[in-house]
Design a protein around this ligand. Structure first.
Ligand SMILES: NC(=O)c1ccc[n+]([C@@H]2O[C@H](COP(=O)([O-])OP(=O)(O)OC[C@H]3O[C@@H](n4cnc5c(N)ncnc54)[C@H](O)[C@@H]3O)[C@@H](O)[C@H]2O)c1
Length: 429
């Protein structure tokens, strides 16, 4: 296509990140925003007006859907991306989806088929793949500097207890209260797959015990962590861990061990530290002699891609610019978009590891094969698989508990108290 890409944003909370990028991007035009929560919508509208744009604001998705636009950013609820993406693709719009790509295996199949049938661009906004340390590892791995992956670790440790009121608003049915421990897995698994370019073939899921010392905040799994042990298609093993473990600041780190060396980000500095203080990356490369090589330690900056524009965005370790930028580039047919934007197959690879890891954990940590849904012959086995913890999607035996031992149930007073804390603008203590 030629000219600016006309883009709408659905969900104005996390969606503000994409809105900020779109307002400054020379090849995009922000045309509409939708959020049913008026204060968020108004805040987004104000930012657009201050940038000199007169855009349409919608509280209702159906009205937003009818707006004339080429593409939509989905920053709505994390478990509802696939149904909206499928509808938008079928209507001829390109889609950039926030994490997660899908809530069920059936949605994974339907999403892939909608992308294939539409011929439109689907991009997955797993920004952690573009954090400076992760992006640098991807580029060095692609140059063959550490050989072929044998083992990797990815961790996204984020104890959200204090901010729980501000991200769940005291809503009993909020997706964050309803999710199971391995659902939110792509911040830790995604970069390991994007760095190595490999595909998951087997997953085993583990879930820690609950931390019962935390005051009740409405999370039905209870505070715990999810762990996925993933086998890659070359036989390498990855460990992914994410969730509510006690660590401040949180940790977003990756380690990749290859046949010729290793790369790892330094764990004591937060990934979102200010420029110049970001975590260091250590790269070991074996030379001609066994166990003798070079070790480098340095702070990787942004990749030499989109130069000055990328430097204007520092949030989430510098990563928040790239998903939107590569999405636009891919729509415009540019090589960077083709190369770096995360397509639907890779998005589903990342997401279904968490879905299947939970099945594995429920089955006593039984290893499960991860299907390659690029292969049409693999799809029928999953086409009608709606198992999840969302009662709006799964009924009867398909409705899973939020924790293997059963969901936690809380009285209304817990959610009322959390709502009060949210409205006061404070954190939980
Ligand atoms: N990649 C990251 O670093 C990162 C960080 C935070 C959140 N996220 C993702 O962003 C998404 C949104 O999360 P959030 O933190 O903004 O919280 P959230 O999920 O509570 O907010 C979603 C927003 O969408 C709006 N919305 C949802 N359904 C709607 C509908 N049918 N009609 C109108 N408005 C609707 C809500 O009012 C809300 O403002 C999630 O997918 C989450 O996983 C990603």
């Amino acid at each position: 296509m030629s000219g600016k890409v006309r883009i709408g944003v659905f969900g104005a909370y996390r969606g503000m990140t994409m809105i900020e990028v779109l307002l400054r991007h020379p090849e995009a035009e922000l045309v509409a925003i939708c959020d049913k929560y008026k204060p968020a919508l108004e805040k987004a509208g104000k930012a657009a007006r201050e940038a000199g744009l007169d855009i349409a604001l919608y509280e209702n998705f159906e009205d937003f859907f009818r707006h004339d636009m080429d593409a939509v950013v989905l920053a709505n609820y994390a478990n509802e991306h696939a149904p909206f993406a499928i509808r938008l693709l079928k209507s001829g719009r390109h889609v950039l989806s926030e994490v997660l790509p899908c809530e069920t295996m059936a949605q994974a199949v339907e999403l892939i088929e909608a992308v294939e049938a539409s011929g439109k661009v689907y991009a997955y906004a797993e920004n952690y793949c573009y954090m400076w340390h992760a992006f640098e590892m991807r580029e060095r791995y692609a140059r063959g500097e550490i050989g072929e992956v044998m083992y990797a670790e990815g961790e996204y440790i984020h104890d959200c207890a204090a901010i729980w009121p501000g991200i769940t608003y005291g809503e009993r049915g909020h997706w964050r209260n309803n999710m199971y421990p391995t659902f939110y897995c792509t911040h830790s698994i995604g970069p390991m797959l994007s760095i190595t370019g490999r595909r998951p073939v087997q997953v085993t899921g583990f879930i820690t015990q609950r931390n019962n010392t935390v005051r009740p905040l409405g999370l039905k799994s209870g505070e715990c962590a999810g762990i996925e042990i993933v086998t890659l298609d070359n036989g390498a093993i990855c460990k992914s861990v994410h969730g509510h473990l006690k660590r401040e600041p949180g940790s977003i780190n990756y380690e990749i061990y290859g046949t010729k060396g290793s790369m790892e980000s330094e764990r004591f500095t937060p990934s979102y530290a200010p420029e110049g203080q970001e975590p260091e990356l250590q790269v070991y490369r074996e030379g001609d002699k066994l166990c003798v090589g070079t070790t480098e330690r340095y702070r990787p900056g942004p990749q030499p891609i989109a130069g000055e524009m990328a430097k204007k965005f520092s949030t989430h370790g510098g990563s928040d610019f790239y998903p939107t930028h590569f999405f636009i580039e891919k729509i415009l047919g540019r090589p960077d978009g083709e190369k770096y934007s995360i397509d639907v197959y890779h998005a589903v690879d990342m997401g279904i590891c968490g879905i299947l890891a939970y099945r594995s954990a429920l089955a006593g940590n039984r290893p499960l094969r991860v299907p390659d849904l690029r292969d049409k012959a693999e799809r029928d086995a999953w086409r009608h698989d709606n198992k999840c913890t969302n009662p709006a999607v799964a009924q009867g035996d398909d409705l899973l508990p939020c924790y293997p031992g059963g969901s936690m149930e809380y009285p209304d007073s817990v959610y009322e108290e959390v709502r009060k804390i949210w409205l006061s603008g404070k954190n939980a203590e």
